[in-house]
Design a protein around this ligand. Structure first.
Ligand code: HEC
Length: 131
C-alpha cells in the first residue's frame, strides 16, 4: 500500500514538473512584433511609413489623372518624390505642409480618404523619406 502511495506521489511530481516546464516554455517564446529594425545609418525604421509602398500608390490611384507632368506637382511614380521635396510641398510642420494642406482643403479633400491623409501626414512628420 505505501509503495503504491509513494509511486503515486512520484508520478504526480513528474506530471506537475512537465506542466510547470511546458508552461514556462510558452512564455519564453513570445516574440515582440516590434523588434527595432536598425538601418545602415543607425536609425530605427520600425514604424516608418514607406514612400514606395504606402504613399506612391495613393498618388497613382487618386492623383495622376491630373498631376501627370503638366500640372504641379508631378505625382507620377519616379517623378513624385523629387517634385514634392524640390517644390517645397513636404516642409515641416507636416500639418502646415503644402501637400497635406491641399489634400485636406477645398475640392481636393474629397479625392482621398481619411486613412490616405493620415498616412501622408505621418510620412511628412517622419521626415518625408524616400524609402
Ligand atoms: C481632377 C484633377 C485633380 C486631381 C485628381 C488632383 N488634383 Fe491636385 N490640383 C488640381 C488643380 C486644378 C490644382 C490647381 C490648384 C487648385 O485646385 O486650386 C491642383 C493643385 C494641387 C496642389 C498644389 C499645387 C501648388 O503648387 O500649389 C497639390 C499639392 C495637389 N494638387 C495635390 C494633389 C494630390 C495629392 C492629389 C491626389 C490625392 C491631387 N492633387 C489630385 C487638380 C487635381
Amino acid at each position: 500500500m505505501t509503495k503504491i502511495f509513494k509511486n503515486l506521489i512520484l508520478l504526480l511530481t513528474i506530471v506537475a514538473g512537465v506542466f510547470y516546464f511546458s508552461s514556462c516554455e510558452k512564455y519564453t517564446y513570445i516574440v515582440d512584433k516590434r523588434i527595432p529594425v536598425i538601418d545602415t545609418t543607425g536609425n530605427d525604421t520600425t514604424n516608418l511609413v514607406k514612400f514606395a509602398t504606402e504613399i506612391q500608390p495613393v498618388f497613382t490611384a487618386k492623383c495622376i489623372s491630373c498631376h501627370k507632368g503638366t500640372r504641379n506637382p508631378d505625382l507620377r511614380e519616379g517623378n513624385s518624390y523629387a517634385a514634392l521635396t524640390g517644390g517645397g510641398y513636404v516642409n515641416q510642420p507636416a500639418t502646415g505642409s503644402k501637400l497635406y494642406s491641399m489634400m485636406t482643403s477645398g475640392s481636393h479633400s474629397s479625392l482621398s480618404t481619411q486613412e490616405d491623409k493620415n498616412k501622408i501626414l505621418l510620412w511628412i512628420s517622419q521626415g518625408a523619406k524616400n524609402n
